[in-house]
Write a new protein. Structure first.
Length: 428
């Protein structure tokens, strides 16, 4: 009898997923995404150090304001820029957005006042709010086969999770030989490399909006979201994800160092557990979605998220010592897995409920609406959480997550999806 080797099985799964990189256009676009993500990761570290140099003990205020500006740009600018750029080919939009990000990154080392940071971050994040939905919208045209597209979505999710783990390590290594200002140069190099890869890629031609009023183009994506039951349900799942993710992102350090009195390395360990859970599901998603519908996978993840927050309440309130730490590690890993179960297939819903004519607008609406949820949950998790305590804010966020789940369940009526190819013509 042959023996079962989990590592070999895992490697085969990765190899099958990486087969999507045999498509030369997608390989270049994925490379552009990776180097841009690494550049953004370096930017996050460098920005914190810059804020401390300018504001000292008030660096947290500067960073908090900068992150709020980022979310405002994501929510407000994405639909606006999509409407403005809808007459241009995606390649030109992506190149322009990357070029703006590179120029802004090179300007950041020259900053001497906090207000200058705010202006530059708004410009950079506005460019990102243009780049990301445009990038997402072009991938279904590059990979029309549903199985290949699903592999690309899983690969993209893995890229985000790996960036959150790898970028801080790269930044730490670089800071042993260079000053933090040079990290901004590394950010610019990432965006320039992304620009070159986008220029190198052969894009499919997609129809551009002609003769459509600007106001119609501006609201096209949001109107599509409200008109399609699947997309309305996705709005509810976005809220469930934001409620749970805000607890993880905002309060992990408070839980580990404030409540448990553990070390900084344990903060990284708990966040790494969350990322590992997400990566495991992202790796498994192409295989899972051949057996399960998007409906089952996403609602399973959406149901788990607020329930896991309630378990976090119980762990924080009733457990102590090693049992509490072990429970939190397990919970954070499962939260990462449930989050990935919702987010990885979400682009399939957007693609299935859009056409090539309106796809950029619908992806921009998803980008904007999902980040609007974070504008609600971040202050709740941080400011309100500091006032009422971690167990209480976990319970509040869990209730918010269940409300989002209820909205998703009420609205979900899956659109028909062919088994082998995305319905690129469905939706209008």
């Amino acid at each position: 009898m042959g023996s079962y080797h989990p590592t070999t099985t895992h490697q085969r799964s990765e190899a099958k997923m990486l087969s999507v990189l045999h498509n030369p256009t997608y390989a270049k676009l994925f490379g552009a995404q990776m180097v841009a993500l690494l550049g953004t990761g370096l930017l996050t570290v460098a920005l914190g150090l810059l804020a401390f140099q300018i504001a000292g003990g008030n660096a947290g205020i500067v960073m908090g304001t900068a992150m709020s500006i980022k979310m405002v740009a994501y929510v407000g600018v994405s639909p606006l820029m999509t409407a403005i750029s809808s007459r241009f080919q995606p390649k030109h939009v992506l190149v322009a957005a990357d070029a703006i990000r590179a120029v802004v990154a090179l300007c950041l080392p020259l900053v001497t006042e906090a207000w200058q940071i705010y202006i530059l971050i708004f410009l950079l994040q506005s460019a990102s709010a243009t780049f990301t939905p445009t990038f997402q919208a072009v991938i279904p045209s590059v990979l029309p086969d549903e199985d290949e597209y699903t592999k690309a979505l899983s690969l993209s999710r893995l890229a985000y999770d790996l960036e959150s783990l790898v970028s801080p390590m790269i930044a730490a290594a670089l800071l042993t030989v260079i000053t933090y200002n040079n990290l901004f140069v590394g950010t610019a190099v990432g965006f320039i490399a992304s620009t070159l890869l986008v220029l190198w890629a052969a894009f499919p031609q997609v129809p551009r909006s002609e003769g459509t009023r600007f106001s119609d183009r501006l609201t096209q994506g949001v109107r599509a979201f409200w008109a399609k039951p699947e997309l309305r349900s996705l709005m509810g799942l976005n809220l469930a994800v934001a409620a749970t993710s805000a607890m993880v992102i905002v309060n992990t350090v408070v839980i580990v160092q404030g409540s448990l009195g553990r070390s900084e390395s344990d903060v990284a360990l708990l966040l790494a557990a969350n990322g590992a859970g997400s990566m495991v599901v992202a790796l498994s998603m192409p295989r899972l979605l051949r057996k399960l519908s998007d409906h089952v996978a996403m609602l399973a993840g959406g149901t788990a998220l607020p329930a896991l927050l309630l378990l976090a309440v119980a762990s924080l309130a009733w457990l102590e010592g090693p049992a509490q730490w072990g429970a939190l590690l397990a919970l954070w890993a499962i939260i990462g897995a449930a989050t990935s179960a919702v987010l990885t297939p979400s682009a399939r819903l957007v693609t299935r409920n859009s056409t090539e004519d309106n796809r950029s607008s619908v992806f921009a609406a998803q980008f904007s609406l999902s980040h609007a949820c974070f504008l609600l949950t971040y202050p709740l998790a941080g400011i309100v959480g500091a006032s009422i305590g971690l167990p209480n804010i976990s319970a509040v966020l869990a209730v918010l997550g269940f409300l989002g789940l209820g909205f998703a369940l009420r609205n979900w009526r899956p659109a028909p999806s062919p088994s082998t190819r995305l319905s690129l013509g469905a939706g209008e």
